[in-house]
Design a protein around this ligand. Sequence first.
Ligand code: NAD
Length: 468
Amino acid sequence: MSDLYLKLVNTPVGKTAAQSLGLPSPVPLKRLKRVDQPFIEGDVLIGSAAGGKAVATIGSILSSSAAKLHHAAGINSLADSSMAGNKANALGLDQEITQKFSALIFDATGIKSPDELRALYDFFHPTIKKIAGNGRVLVIGQTPSSCRKAPHAAAQQALEGFVRAVGKEIGKKGATANLIWMAPAAEEQLDSSIRFFLSPRSAYVSGQCVRIGKGTTAPATNPVAPLTGKVALVTGASRGIGAAIAETLARDGATVIGLDIPPAMEELQKVTDAINGKALACDITDEAAPKLIADFAEEHFGGIDLVIHNAGITRDKTLGNMPEHFWDMTIAVNLSAEELIDEELTERGLLKDNGRIVCISSISGIAGNFGQTNYSTAKSGVIGYVESMAKHLKNGITINAIAPGFIETQMTAAMPMTIREAGRRMNSLSQGGQPVDVAEAIAWYCNPASSGVNGNVVRVCGQSLIGK
Ligand code: NAD
């Protein structure tokens, strides 16, 4: 489904008309063009509050990029507001800032009290207007639940409000703002997440807060094909988001088992043939489905590494008008089937060490949606399932969820026009996402270097105005 408004508003006449009518002017988002392209280029400014624990790691990760790095000094001394006169000099930069920054990265792990939040203002106030189109703001903090004292936890939690507000201010440039909350001494786990949030792979991810734990030691991987040797199951892979996930995981080196209902076999076969994968016809709500899937994975590959529960349906009706089979089907496909498949795979020991489970929730599961009590219930349940399972999985296996916002697929193309148009515009980037945006976030979760990313729900929604 193409977004004609986005195309029109990026013509000279369309731009002028949109501006004069006060209509949103979404900027086309830059997505990955080649797997071997540098994760970030251009001028990048790195700053840190006093006592920042991540700044050295950030610098060393960025040194492998194509970016020109600038390190801001003097953030602490700026607590004295009288110094804010020549802001560039106060930040330790050579001259008044003239260049556009492709990223502003701030290590806030050292912030221990509300007073020290001033360091955010001191770093971002003189620089935020210099963020480039499609630029990135990334803040690294310490997970609030790991802070023993209340002022410390308050200051770290405060970073969430800051980042979400920044995302709303810079979204009109196609730029994003995100927060990584790191567990103490988890610096080694930052690599895959910093690369993801700074790169075009996260084009439609903004206003998100990710918690990173200590994980397991990351094995060395091929940077352009980190999933080499992994076997992935993708449900609902014949079209839309599922097809994009299958293609993206295959691009990153995985062998993909694409699964879909029998009537979708022709479409599914096209997807799996193109990526040298295998197609499996199966309705995941059939009683026999978990065993069928597990047998298939065992017979062909001796097990499975990555399980992506993407298949989903909507059956919308207001609650009082909803037939019971609408309720039952929606809960079964979107929630119960996932649990039963995982149970079969884990009980039979077929989910390999360092495996990954990824579930698809929805902003409807976070905020609720009119006419979708069944779907919102199921997608909210997905979040509860992920958060609970994350505490119990062993052997380096992680589980996370993606909550897509408005993604351009056949599911959203079927929406009434006014609702579809509202869904597209009601986010900081004023446009819908593409299936590949969800797929890229899943590839980040699946990366062997993302073992510290566990129990998270990341929205791929352009920072939708709906929900948290
Ligand atoms: P889609 O309708 O285009 O594709 C869903 C796929 O799941 C289809 O190929 C379908 O045949 C398959 N499927 C449905 N029931 C199945 C069953 N019982 N067994 C096996 N396969 C089954 O949907 P999409 O837009 O690509 O959405 C993919 C996922 O993302 C879904 O879980 C959906 O709820 C979620 N999501 C989508 C959006 C969006 O904006 N498109 C937003 C939030 C969440």
